[in-house]
Design a protein around this ligand. Structure first.
Ligand SMILES: [Zn+2]
Length: 586
């Protein structure tokens, strides 16, 4: 048994102190390490950089600790119990590492608990202490899916059967609000930390519907005995990270709806769709996962082509499920879907990088996007969701609506959860269930960069898909801008737009058009109401120097998508649409 003790010792300095007791350290000198990345977030983050001090002792007295590389240490050989003590700086207000203040503590084990080499399979006991009274505003409650052994006034004790379990159960400590509900007999809880004024009844009812949908979707089985949503409510913020029995979420106060109204607001929809997304992951990436994620080394990148399956499909179902449980109307669902189509189609990166490549290069490209991202890469979330939809329709077409993508997911989940998914398994599963080869389909749309046949796919389910110019942004002109001292600063220049052809750069601040000063708020309408072919004189500052750039207008990026229900559908299409919207009749 390894014994960890965690003390939120200096909330004002954001320092956790940790103690670790290793009964029988390795004879050659115990090696320990900390993760460089956290599963679910594909970027090397070097969590060990936040360890500010480390010392060790044993029966022999003080033991030397030598740093081997950026995240490994070795203690000198010693007799008796080895006691390790170290401090971790924790001030990351995200779901990915750790945070400590006078109001709350949050940590992922991967940021605070070192791995004891040779003892990865050893059970762990974890004592989590209360903060010092002088630096904390109240007694903190503790929310986690780690198994609780006991609780006292000073600390709570938890158990983890091994190290990989220990670091997949985040912990929240605060004076939070929580509410419980049950799904197919399995206890669920949501914890909300931070100021908010939420309609808890509505949120509970909606979460119940969503969770029941996913449990039913995967054959009325849940891969957990209890589930916990940990949500931090901030003034601005958004994000989520999936874990085996829980998820860590960050949302904005405005994402939480404070009164009962008929249609959910777009902010509230964004939040429950995030809950829906992370909860889907409990099956789809935590239980069934790429084989390289079964026992990944957290020292270096774990490359996979399959994020389009795990993030793309999840992104398809995180909105479709809201329609299926009738939280969203068909019209609001299609509006949401159209935004994904617009996002994917407005960047020419989709014609250069396949989503298999996007997945593989997530570590250096998707997670490290620069200003050229729309011209160079494609999102395995967004295009993955569109590919899921097109694949879903192709499967329905091929099998005369007897098989759907839902069946593919269920089959994969049941048959591949133990072995993990290899890169070509998905194509084989689709082939097995449809009795048709989809090799050409995957070659074009997964490994290739062919445009997805969206119009045909939407037509099959009775949805009209139109593309036009968007008068509300400058995508057709070829830039994205942000407000900068009242003017507009260019943040992205899109390939093939007239802005790029004329020589406008990222970082340029647009001061005037045709010698008239232009405020940020008026720029979009000023440009979009001008006729194609007209020449505008842009006065810009670049590196503090004034310049003039003549732009001959042409608006050619027709990427703004509108989806609407077709009228006068024949009975077969109507039936297909209903099946797609609401799943097979039970
Ligand atoms: Zn996800």
């Amino acid at each position: 048994m390894l014994r960890y003790k965690l003390f939120p010792e200096k909330p004002f300095a954001h320092i956790f102190r940790l103690q670790l007791e290793i009964k029988e350290p390795q004879d050659s000198g115990q090696i320990i390490s900390l993760a460089n990345w956290i599963p679910g977030s594909y970027l090397v983050r070097n969590f060990a950089k936040h360890i500010v001090s480390m010392s060790a002792s044993s029966d022999d007295g003080t033991i030397k600790v030598k740093k081997l590389d950026k995240n490994h240490w070795q203690c000198e050989p010693c007799s008796g119990v080895l006691l390790l003590e170290y401090e971790v700086y924790a001030f990351d207000l995200s779901v990915r590492s750790a945070y400590l203040s006078d109001e709350r503590a949050f940590f992922n084990g991967s940021s605070v608990f070192v791995k004891v080499h040779g003892f990865e399979g050893e059970p762990c006991e974890i004592e989590v202490y209360q903060p010092p009274k002088s630096q904390a505003k109240s007694h903190w409650k503790i929310a986690t899916t780690l198994e609780k052994l006991n609780e006292s006034k000073t600390h709570s004790t938890f158990f983890a059967p091994n190290y990989s379990h220990l670091i997949d159960h985040p912990v929240e400590m605060a004076d939070y609000q929580s509410f419980d509900f049950s799904v197919s007999g399995v206890p669920h809880q949501m914890v909300l930390t931070g100021e908010h004024n939420t309609d808890i009844d509505r949120l509970t009812a909606d979460l119940e519907l969503i969770c029941q949908h996913h449990v039913d979707f995967f054959g009325n089985t849940a891969p957990f005995n209890r589930y916990l949503f940990l949500a931090l409510v901030m003034t601005k913020g958004f994000g989520g990270l999936e874990h085996a029995d829980s998820t860590s979420l960050i949302c904005s106060r405005e994402d939480l709806q404070d009164s009962h109204i008929e249609e959910p607001t777009s902010n509230y929809t964004r939040f429950i769709s995030l809950c829906c997304h992370e909860y889907f992951h409990a099956w789809w990436v935590k239980k069934l996962r790429p084989s390289v994620f079964l026992k990944p080394s957290l020292d270096q990148e774990a490359y996979t082509e399959q994020l389009w399956i795990f993030e793309g499909f999840t992104s398809y179902y995180d909105e479709l499920a809201l329609l299926r449980v009738k939280i969203l109307s068909p019209d609001s669902y299609l509006n949401l879907f159209a935004k994904t189509v617009t996002r994917v189609c407005s960047g020419s990166g989709r014609l250069k990088q396949s989503i298999a490549e996007s997945s593989f290069d997530a570590w250096t490209k998707f997670y490290q996007q620069d200003e050229n991202a729309p011209n160079a890469i494609v999102s395995y979330y967004g295009k993955g969701a569109l590919l899921a939809f097109v694949l879903d329709v192709e499967i329905r077409k091929t099998t005369k609506d007897t098989v759907t993508l839902d069946d593919v997911l269920r089959y994969a989940y049941i048959h591949y959860s133990d072995s993990g998914l290899e890169d070509d398994d998905m194509a084989n599963i689709v082939k097995k269930l449809t009795q048709q080869s989809f090799d050409a389909f995957f070659e074009k749309y997964l490994y290739g960069v062919d445009e997805l046949p969206l119009l045909e796919a939407f037509g099959y389910v009775g949805v009209d898909c139109q593309f036009d110019l968007n008068a509300k942004d400058l995508i057709a002109f070829g830039v994205r801008v942000t407000k900068d001292n009242g003017s507009s600063k260019i943040t992205q220049v899109l390939d093939d737009g007239c802005a790029q052809a004329a020589g406008l750069f990222v970082g340029d601040v647009i001061i005037a058009v045709d010698d008239v000063k232009v405020a940020h708020e008026s720029l979009v309408s000023l440009i979009n109401k001008s006729a194609s072919g007209a020449v505008l004189k842009f006065t810009i500052t670049r590196d503090q120097l004034m310049k003039e750039v003549l732009v001959k207008l042409s608006f050619n990026n027709k990427s703004h998508c509108t989806l609407s229900l077709m009228n006068d559908l024949d009975a077969r299409t109507k039936k297909r649409q209903k099946q797609w919207f609401y799943g097979a009749a039970k």
